[in-house]
Design a protein around this ligand. Sequence first.
Ligand SMILES: O=C(O)CCC(=O)C(=O)O
Length: 275
Amino acid sequence: MNQLPSFDGERTISQEKIDFFADNGHVRIDQLCSENELTHFSESLIRVGTDIAWNKDIPLEKQRTYDRAFHQSINLWKLDPIAKAFVTAKRFAHVAAQLLQVDGVRLYHDQLLNKKAQGGHTPWHQDAYYWPIKGSQAITMWMPLADIDSPMGLVQFAERSHLKGDLKGSAISGASETEFSELVHQEGFSLSSYEFFRAGDATFHAGWTLHRAGENSTETDRPAMTVIYIAHECRIQKIERNEQRLDLVMYLPGAEEGDLAVSPMNPLLWHQDSN
Ligand SMILES: O=C(O)CCC(=O)C(=O)O
């Protein structure tokens, strides 16, 4: 622990990046964490995440479309001090706050998404479908923990789809892949992805940005860490679906509809007054 690099500093990003995110619903920030810094965290993140991934012992061919997409493990920060230092990094939270254009952000939750060698595609979906958060006040950071390129399954974004809000599609599944593929065609969304990532490069996407990822056709795993941030003064919306109710219980325990989105699971990670 003593030798961990510090993420306590801020990272100011350009107005161009902020505007790009507002227009397109995603943005890339190169080397948000340097490859060298990441080497201190990646082993622990992958180990802790792999230990708790619910589908890790089921052969790929026996899994549902969603589970075949990756081994998914949530809230690593509660289990391991090294994971906690990464997930609660002020540097990453500061970028999230600038993109959301708010003066503070809290943690919603983290996840390791380890797309296994020969793992399936990640179906089209909107993250905010699951969240009991009012408005467009949440954002996902996605950071590969190794160098990766297209055959390993990179994220594809439907440009400007976040501006449409809730597209009322299905939860992530074979059905969402079919429905949203048709919608992308109908709406004429152009698609965008980034071809190559060095470990520590990151993308941020808005909660309502429609996105998917390709399959991993290689023999090498594609581990990526995500951290979801919420604006520090956002509120809990009227619950419309079971997935939101489940998220509320798991990630905002004790909070209810209409309340500020705050619980012991949502530490304040960056605020302009504490700097
Ligand atoms: O890593 C992936 O395959 C998909 C990522 C994703 O859907 C997300 O971060 O919201």
